[in-house]
Design a protein around this ligand. Structure first.
Ligand SMILES: Nc1ncnc2c1ncn2[C@@H]1O[C@H](COP(=O)(O)OP(=O)(O)OP(=O)(O)O)[C@@H](O)[C@H]1O
Length: 254
């Protein structure tokens, strides 16, 4: 991790009609940091990610991603981001390797001396554990295999910022483990913003966790810091991240 701030969000607000789904959301991430967004269904996690990706216009507040306002991001800026959405459903008749090689061509003009773009399709397929499916049509992949492909699509351009919205839904335990290894191997150059409902995953991956509830950040800190907030309630049962999370969410709902 370096000290360079690559994500800066200040007073972000999102309003649909008369309802604020994000209110005064403020946080930063430094280069190489993995930030995990936790929160109940409807808390505003996907909305936050989509605003940072430039897919959704915000109602108010300042947002900067790699020094640029996502609302004004150009192709060069976009080429430095990786996005894993809740699911990739198109291109069912394409074969896995064919699609990744095709999407990779988009990033080639943005290769630099430090960042060779795109990631070689065959090597990437091996990395995400789809070697056996490289020539298979996408519509024939299982749910977990399709999710692995989603991850490959997200990283084919060797992104500097990677957004992952519930990336491991449908993964078997081995796939989940390999995915965690993959993320940890992306190194100090890649900043990651990830949503999950899996607290175990959050504890493993997060440098810092942001807990979002009712459109506000109600807690932020390392997994240990969050857990320590409620440690000591019962000596014989040390608090877990799950205990801390549930306590925070319940308190926020009062
Ligand atoms: N286009 C829209 N119009 C109106 N309301 C919306 C729209 N998109 C999202 N919302 C509302 O915004 C709130 C936040 O939704 P969001 O998808 O960001 O939550 P989330 O934290 O990602 O939830 P989940 O864990 O279920 O994926 C929800 O109450 C949702 O109904």
């Amino acid at each position: 991790m370096t000290n360079e701030v690559v994500l800066a969000v200040d007073g972000l607000r999102m309003r649909y009609g008369a309802t604020d789904v994000l209110r005064d959301v403020t946080f930063q991430a430094r280069q190489g940091e993995t930030l995990v967004l936790l929160g109940p269904n409807g808390a505003g996690k996907t909305t936050t990610i989509e605003i940072l990706e430039g897919f959704r216009s915000r109602s108010a507040g300042d947002v900067s991603v790699l020094g640029c306002d996502p609302a004004a991001g150009d192709e060069r800026w976009r080429s430095r981001l990786g996005v894993v959405l809740q699911s990739w459903r198109d291109h069912g008749n394409w074969r896995v390797q064919e699609l990744l090689a095709h999407l990779g061509t988009y990033y080639a003009p943005y290769a630099t001396a430090e960042v060779p773009r795109p990631w070689d399709a065959a090597e990437l397929i091996e990395t995400v554990g789809l070697s056996g499916q490289a020539r298979q049509k996408i519509k024939t992949l299982s749910g977990g295999q399709r999710r692995r492909l989603d991850v490959a699509i997200g990283i084919v351009g060797r992104p500097e910022v990677l957004f992952l919205d519930e990336p491991t839904v449908g993964f078997d335990p081995a796939a989940r483990y390999e995915f965690h290894q993959l993320l940890q191997g992306l190194g100090r150059r890649t900043t990651v913003l990830l949503t999950t409902h899996d607290l175990d995953e959050a504890g493993k991956l997060a440098d810092r966790i942001l807990v979002l509830a009712g459109g506000r950040i109600i807690a932020a800190g390392t997994p240990t810091e969050l857990t320590r907030q409620i440690a000591g309630t019962d000596e014989s049962h040390p608090a877990s991240l799950e205990d801390a999370y549930l306590q925070l969410i319940r308190a926020a709902a009062l």
